[in-house]
Design a protein. Structure first.
Length: 112
């Protein structure tokens, strides 16, 4: 994604999230930093909460910095996020992605 930012922060978040490949995850803070708003992880979380009804935005691929499925309660069912990630090959234990470093996608390095 060429970094052409839109005036709406949520829309910028959605454009990044749409680029996360299947089987990969990123964090709220990583997206915020990529968008030049380091420290705005919570705003990214609000954007994700607002996106759960949009099937074009893979909100299940955004987790906290430790790989915890902190957004799981914003899906229709509390196990939906885990089910979607497991269907993409990730292993989850106690609501946390195992081997996070093998599945972490960083737009700062991936979107050159």
């Amino acid at each position: 994604m060429e970094k052409k930012l839109k005036p709406n922060f949520f829309e910028n978040v959605y454009e990044v999230v749409k680029l996360i490949p299947s089987g990969k995850v990123t964090s709220y803070g990583t997206i915020a930093a990529y968008l030049g708003s380091k420290g705005s992880a919570r705003m990214v979380g609000w954007a994700m909460n607002n996106a759960h009804g949009n099937p074009e935005i893979p909100a299940h691929r955004v987790v906290n910095q430790k790989g915890l499925l902190t957004g799981k309660f914003h899906f229709e069912e509390s196990n939906t996020m885990q089910t979607l990630l497991e269907s993409e090959g990730l292993m989850i234990e106690n609501n946390q992605i195992l081997n996070l470093e093998n599945h972490f996608w960083n737009p700062q390095t991936e979107l050159i």
